[in-house]
Design a protein around this ligand. Structure first.
Ligand SMILES: Nc1nc2c(ncn2[C@@H]2O[C@H](COP(=O)(O)OP(=O)(O)OP(=O)(O)O)[C@@H](O)[C@H]2O)c(=O)[nH]1
Ligand SMILES: [Mg+2]
Length: 294
């Protein structure tokens, strides 16, 4: 991406850079910034001289044209970028709202600060793949951008973060849905779980930040009950109470990954399936259809 300054107009340095870029034979996007000013608008034509095609017009300060620019960038992404690993590897995406500790969990699992962790919601913008071996097993972990409530997700960069998170879910076998224990299940968590469920992916519910929850005798039981109530449509997803910060029960996640993976890849033969359906029909007779003929 070659950014030129619309206010300055075409400069000799721009020409030099354009020369180098043309010779490199790489794909180049010519981007003209500061287009919010009238003077810059009047000078756009100068940049056609660079022979790098139509300049894309943006204002970084005002946020103009950024969506179109990102569309153009994505157009140039190579296809099938993800296929250079063993297809059998277990793909696990870590998803949830912003700031619940998804990146912290990945770092804890890897034992190093691989991805950025801060308390600013929206720190992770892109889906980040990491390969990892635990015991005998190989895994691909995908850290994702936190999914915010709808109201604020449709702008520019945010929109792409959402697309990338949803596509991370699509390409994973199992999703670890991270919940913030201090907040409990929110409507947004329900929506995210709904998406994973609809995509037919395996799911583990990891209740994180368990280290800072004030615990009484039944705290985890009550919380589990609340989760089961609110996420009644995923009774199959195991729940685990963890702390990405202290590492508490993070190992248990790996046991669960194995179990969920076994269930996920289970193939049920037609015969067994028919038996189950017959039994269900016997236990719960569907109402008879009565046709009234006059
Ligand atoms: N006490 C406590 N704090 C945690 C835990 N996990 C994460 N945090 C803190 O929560 C904040 C957010 O952590 P991140 O890992 O960046 O959260 P994230 O889900 O990746 O956030 P986004 O990338 O913005 O969606 C940081 O300040 C972490 O230190 C935990 O288990 N216990
Ligand atoms: Mg993050």
């Amino acid at each position: 991406m070659f950014i030129v300054d619309g206010l300055d107009g075409l400069t000799p340095t721009d020409r030099d850079i354009a020369d180098i870029l043309r010779r490199s034979q790489k794909e180049v996007l010519l981007v003209c910034n500061k287009i919010d000013s009238k003077m810059a608008k009047d000078r756009i034509f100068e940049f056609y001289e660079l022979g790098l095609g139509d300049p894309l017009l943006i204002s970084a300060e005002q946020g103009l044209g950024i969506g179109d620019l990102l569309d153009e960038v994505i157009e140039h992404f190579p296809e099938n970028k993800d296929t250079d690993y063993n297809e059998d590897i277990l793909k696990v995406s870590v998803i949830g709202k912003p700031n619940v500790g998804k990146s912290s969990l990945i770092n804890n699992i890897l034992g190093e600060e691989r991805v950025i962790v801060t308390n600013i919601p929206g720190t992770t913008r892109d889906a980040i793949d990491t390969y990892f071996t635990y015991g005998e097993e190989e895994y691909l972990f995908i850290d994702t951008a936190g999914l915010r409530r709808k109201r604020s997700i449709y702008e520019n960069v945010e929109r792409y973060s959402v697309v990338r998170t949803l596509s991370a879910v699509d390409r994973s076998d199992i999703c670890i849905l991270v919940i913030d224990a201090t907040e409990g299940i929110t409507e947004q968590d329900t929506k995210i779980a709904g998406y994973v469920h609809e995509q037919g992916k395996g799911m583990i519910i990891a209740v994180n930040k368990w280290d800072i929850v004030e615990k009484e005798t039944n705290t985890s039981r009550d919380m589990e009950r609340d989760i089961r109530n609110k996420l009644g449509f995923v009774p199959y997803a195991p729940i685990v109470f963890i702390s990405a910060k202290t590492g508490k029960r993070v190992n248990r996640l790996f046991e669960l990954l194995k179990i969920v993976n076994n269930n996920y890849s289970l193939r049920i033969s037609t015969g067994v399936l028919n038996d189950i359906i017959n039994e269900a029909v016997i236990l719960n007779q569907p109402p008879l259809l009565i046709r009234v003929i006059d």
